[in-house]
Design a protein around this ligand. Structure first.
Ligand code: AR6
Length: 163
């Protein structure tokens, strides 16, 4: 449980929107902590499709890199939301490997403003991270999931089988 902007890791993941030009929630917190240079770099990226990921520098953050991904807006579950959230985790992990990132922190993508149900979201997050780290070719050493509130934290713990 904590604030992702304070994590001493190589990269943090941002739960952004398709413009990549900032917003509320974790996106707003990351832009505030990184400073205005982050927005300048994001402006050059031309946005990001839902389910995809793009990388920038971390500027004033302790993290060297920010991986921006765009989670699905939950619309009842009939619009490929689970598939798209799975793609977010996969594409972030793939980008992390490409940049030789060893330590990486995720927020709980889509479970705030985008209203994805936390039970399903935490299941997808943990499954995809574990599946990736189980690959022999992975060079990632540590993945954190940083939960901002106790309810989210308890759901991830339950999903891990720890409560
Ligand atoms: N550290 C870690 N987690 C955080 C932090 C933080 N500093 N701040 C919030 N969270 P959300 P989404 C948690 O809404 O659902 C933005 O406006 C939060 O409590 O940030 O993917 C974007 O621009 C929740 O558990 O992201 C998009 O428009 C989780 O992060 C939209 O919101 C995700 O909540 C994306 O919505």
């Amino acid at each position: 449980m904590g604030d992702i902007t304070k994590q001493n890791v190589d990269a943090i993941v941002n739960a952004a929107n398709t413009t990549l030009l900032g917003g509320g929630g974790v996106d707003g917190a990351i832009h505030t902590a990184a400073g205005p240079e982050l927005l300048k770099e994001c402006e050059k990226l031309g946005g990001c499709s839902t389910g995809k990921a793009k990388i920038t520098k971390g500027f004033n953050l302790p993290a060297k890199w920010v991986i921006h991904t765009v989670g699905p807006v939950w619309s009842g579950g009939q619009y490929n939301e689970k598939f798209v959230l799975t793609s977010c985790y996969q594409n972030c992990l793939k980008l992390a490997e490409e940049y030789q990132i060893k330590t990486l922190a995720f927020p709980s993508i889509s479970t705030g403003a985008y209203r994805f149900p936390i039970t399903e979201a935490s299941e997808i997050a943990l499954r995809e991270i574990k599946k990736h780290l189980d690959q022999k070719s992975s060079q990632i050493e540590k993945v954190l999931i940083v939960c901002f509130d106790e309810k989210t934290y308890l759901h991830y713990l339950a999903q891990l089988g720890h409560v």
